[in-house]
Ligand binder design. Structure first.
Ligand SMILES: N[C@@H](CCC(=O)N[C@@H](CS)C(=O)NCC(=O)O)C(=O)O
Length: 251
């Protein structure tokens, strides 16, 4: 079911689950939140981030996406907060392991994909450095998300190390008969990994109707990254969309 996008005023006037998302871009964070709501069959309303909308800024508390707002509760902008809200609203299917050690591993892997200096964050630094977002958006994102000549120069090695770590984890799981990062069923880290692959190999246009210039930027050939981008990561992504996530994307 495609996402229902409403205006800020319409969304503010409604109870229940609403989420501000960055429009027209397969943001790993936004697509993951949408995917988690889909797997849990949660009804929600989307609002596209509007940089000139003060009422939206007031309501959401900041200008970024995703920001989930449930009834009168405070807005949630952090990837982990949004996951735990979804787990509370729809405990089944659980995307957070019940076992304490498995849960710690899941959050650890998820942080290395979604958190500061994680895969999404450092890939963004790389794309900023390569001019992938264009001058205006590039400068804005650079100021907001920790870009400097030093962090930009260091990003490629960190991205490659993270891709290799994730691929090794999937290889080990595959040897024990599971296509998932933990156990034999999907957890939130499977969703985060699948949506983060959009920053390397976006889904084809019929599944991901994104801006073509941005698609070229995200798919830019780079030997060190191409070498670290093990096919198992893209196979995992394709499996997640075939079995658990929704196509086409509603951007
Ligand atoms: N708030 C999220 C991260 C979300 C994030 O990085 N969003 C970016 C990428 S889509 C965004 O909103 N960019 C547009 C902007 O900041 O205006 C978290 O801390 O877990």
């Amino acid at each position: 079911m495609p996402v229902t996008y409403l205006s800020t005023d319409e969304a503010i006037a409604r109870p229940g689950l609403r989420m501000v998302v960055v429009g027209n871009v397969p943001s790993p964070w936004g697509e993951a939140a949408k995917g988690i709501f889909h797997i849990k069959d949660l009804d929600w309303i989307g609002v596209r981030l509007a940089y000139d909308d003060d009422a939206q800024r007031q309501w959401a508390g900041q200008r970024s996406g995703p920001i989930a707002i449930y009834d009168k509760e405070p807005p949630r902008a952090g990837w982990a907060e949004i996951l735990l809200l979804a787990e509370r609203l729809a405990p089944e299917p659980a995307l957070v392991p019940a076992d304490a050690a498995e849960r710690a591993t899941m959050f650890g892997l998820a942080h290395e994909i979604c958190g500061q200096e994680g895969l999404g964050w450092t890939r963004r630094l790389q794309l900023i450095r390569a001019g992938g977002f264009g001058p205006r958006a590039g400068q804005y994102l650079a100021r907001k998300y920790g870009y400097s000549p030093a962090t930009g120069a260091a990003a490629a090695a960190r991205v490659a190390a993270l891709l290799r770590m994730l691929a090794m984890r999937l290889e080990a799981q595959r040897r024990s008969g599971s296509p998932y990062y933990l156990g034999a069923a999907p957890t939130a880290v499977d969703v985060y990994s699948a949506t983060c692959m959009a920053l390397f190999r976006p889904l084809p246009p019929e599944h991901c109707p994104m801006d073509e210039a941005l698609r070229d930027a995200f798919s830019m050939p780079e030997p060190a990254i191409d070498a670290a981008l093990d096919p198992i990561l893209i196979e995992h992504r394709d499996m997640m969309y075939a079995r658990h996530l929704e196509l086409p994307l509603s951007l």
